[in-house]
Design a protein around this ligand. Structure first.
Ligand SMILES: *[C@@H]1O[C@H](CO)[C@@H](O)[C@H](O)[C@H]1NC(C)=O
Ligand SMILES: *[C@@H]1O[C@H](CO)[C@@H](O)[C@H](O)[C@H]1NC(C)=O
Length: 327
């Protein structure tokens, strides 16, 4: 319990402390304050405060920290700083990827800022920081390519080509429904609310808005509009989707960094690691197992252009035309 709370706070410190579904209760109100429980409560508070103070972004302050050895000389610990996402995606590169996102013709103009992307990434410490430099660049390029397809304003003969128009839309334009799965009782739809595509990943359905909000500190079922009117929340929902496995699917993050382990069913369905499998996770039910699908090709087109700008190899298995989608 103790270590669980501390871990949770360290990992998600910048995301979770805003929102509670249940009316607020003092944390320890249901404990009988015996001496021992008082002591353990104090301990929890101390550990949690330490975790919060350390923070997820804590970096060694100066050249190196020192730790006193058991007897004698001071032993320096060499920090191995991981370059943050902002170092792998400097603003200049971001602007080159998204040449037209702030054009007047784009409904999302001036919504998706570089600063929001970088700030949101800080809540997901594993994103862009797992594996070697090439793996990290490839994951970021894949993420940015997928959100570009989801929000594209490009067309075949568009200025600068079809793959320079990512982040042009912030919400689905003419949704066919409210994307309410009423059979889902864990995340019940709120009458009158639409769970249509919003934000960089076009988060949709009550069963995604509910858990995304819960993880990120807002009430996704009552306030789904936040995903298209707050750019920090918008990017956080995209990274939440990217890094969160939803059984039987692995996370997109696991696939791109090589920690995905296929099950027997995955092997039988040709769900081999690669960018195509990420497409399968995002929208395989509609797009995979189809030869030469235009939507899949658009996702691949973005990835190829971005990988080139990141100067990184795309890897193999870009397509999902021979894959079965997840059940
Ligand atoms: C954004 O969405 C929330 C949730 O629905 C709403 O309460 C708020 O008024 C909206 N803000 C703006 C600026 O539209
Ligand atoms: C797996 O891929 C091969 C081609 O590489 C294809 O012939 C086969 O039908 C695919 N299997 C499934 C289950 O889609």
């Amino acid at each position: 319990m103790l270590s669980f709370q501390a871990t949770l706070l360290t990992r998600q410190a910048c995301c979770i402390f805003i929102y509670n579904t249940k009316p607020k209760q003092p944390v320890f109100s249901n404990l009988k304050m015996t001496t021992s429980s008082l002591v353990s409560s104090l301990l929890i508070i101390i550990v949690c405060s330490a975790a919060l103070l350390g923070g997820v972004d804590a970096r060694p302050s100066s050249a190196s920290r020192v730790e006193a050895g058991p007897a004698g000389p001071v032993r320096p610990i060499r920090p191995r700083p991981i370059a943050p996402v902002s170092a792998l995606v400097p603003k200049q590169l971001f602007d080159k990827l998204f040449l037209h996102k702030d054009d007047a013709a784009c409904p999302a103009n001036n919504f998706y800022s570089y600063e929001s992307f970088i700030k949101a990434a800080r809540c997901f410490p594993s994103f862009g920081s797992t594996g070697n430099l090439a793996t990290r660049k490839r994951e970021i390029a894949a993420f940015l390519a997928q959100i570009s397809h989801e929000t594209t304003g490009g067309w075949a003969t568009a200025p600068d080509g079809p793959y320079s128009w990512g982040l042009c839309f912030k919400e689905e334009v003419s949704p066919g429904s409210d994307y309410c799965d009423s059979s889902n009782t864990q995340w019940p739809c709120v009458p009158g609310k639409s769970y249509k595509g919003r934000g960089p990943i076009q988060l949709s359905w009550n069963y995604n808005y509910g858990p995304a909000g819960r993880a990120l500190g807002f009430d996704g079922l009552n306030n789904p509009e936040l995903v298209s009117n707050n750019s920090l929340i918008a990017f956080r929902t995209a990274l939440w989707f990217w890094t969160t496995p939803q059984s039987p699917k692995p996370s997109c993050h696991d696939v791109m960094v090589g920690t995905y382990v296929p099950t027997q069913a995955d092997v039988a369905a040709n769900r081999t690691a690669g960018y195509g499998l990420v497409t399968n996770i995002i929208n395989g039910g509609l797009e995979c197992g189809i030869p030469n699908d235009a939507r899949v090709n658009d996702r691949i087109g973005y990835f190829k252009r971005y990988a080139q700008l990141f100067q990184v190899y795309t890897g193999t298995n870009l397509d999902c035309q021979y894959q079965k989608s997840f059940a």
